[in-house]
Ligand binder design. Sequence first.
Ligand SMILES: NC(=O)c1ccc[n+]([C@@H]2O[C@H](COP(=O)([O-])OP(=O)(O)OC[C@H]3O[C@@H](n4cnc5c(N)ncnc54)[C@H](O)[C@@H]3O)[C@@H](O)[C@H]2O)c1
Length: 335
Amino acid sequence: MKKNLKVANIGMMFGMCHVEGAMGYGAEIAAICDSNPDTLKAAGERYNIPEEKWVTDYMDIANNDEIDVVTVAIPDQQHKKVCCDLLRAGKHVLCEKPLALTREDVKEIIAVAEESGRKFMVGQICRFTPSFEKAKELIEEGTLGELYFIESEYAHDYMTFLKEWRADPKRHGVIGGGCHAVDLIRWLAGDPAEVFAYGTHKLLPMVEYDDATIAIMKFDDNLAGKVFVSTGCKRDYTMRTVIYGTKGTLICDNTSPTMTLFTTDENGITQDPQTIEVEVNNHNAVKEFAVFADAILNDKKVLTDALEGAKTVEVCLAIIESAKTGKIVKPNYEF
Ligand SMILES: NC(=O)c1ccc[n+]([C@@H]2O[C@H](COP(=O)([O-])OP(=O)(O)OC[C@H]3O[C@@H](n4cnc5c(N)ncnc54)[C@H](O)[C@@H]3O)[C@@H](O)[C@H]2O)c1
């Protein structure tokens, strides 16, 4: 495979993961961008990127014909404008999750990505977390039998990094961070047909939205699901995920080095649990970038394209609406 992609990275806070992802893959960093010059300088020095490659205006990247691929890690409210500008300028774009915060915005990104003919990927990085990749493999090879219940949680204390844009009511915790658990469930079990949710608000008094939400989900095929999101929890970050099937049960977490697998014998009797060791890597940016590069260089379908990102946003919006109205909401997957 060719590896001579020229990459630019926009947003130098979490976006430093993308610099590391592209460097780890072996791509050339052609530019880095942050609208805050101090943040830009710190990142440039950290990665030894020459100063002539530092830019504060992302349009300098859009207008640079040398650049093939751009990663975007800026506040979610800006994803639509920046991604659409880059796609229209002919760049392949890897954008951070969540794709956007409204149906209107995700629809526009889908349309512009399609028109552009460029590759577009949403960084739903949990799909590259080793424990979750192993879970997917065990489900697909039938080890768990038919799934009948799946639960995932996103519990992360936002107290120390709650910047203004994260406190925007449109950037509700369910969509901001909870989209990881929702996307994981969609990837492992499919699209929920209905959701119903309750919210509570006790931990982050500075935001107007619920800081904890519990949603139950009904899928086709006799399957149910649950998502718990807490953005003020008093514990370490976790995405504990439990998958129940007719032949076995799997307990895993993106922050644990072990997974627990229960299987049954030929009579359906549950056996002693097995421990599966797994690498802890909950931001596997190198694999994420490698998968995107492979899609670009070999013209493959992107696993988490704009439509996939949009469906995850849609389920999050349905959960938020249900918690607000007290009604069951059916996500609309047509965009
Ligand atoms: N995958 C994950 O687990 C994960 C974790 C954290 C954040 N994120 C996502 O990454 C994105 C960025 O989050 P963050 O935590 O780095 O936010 P942040 O606010 O800490 O940093 C954003 C950076 O982008 C810069 N910026 C803002 N607007 C810009 C623009 N128009 N052009 C260039 N630079 C601009 C800011 O100066 C800042 O340095 C968000 O979409 C967030 O949801 C994903």
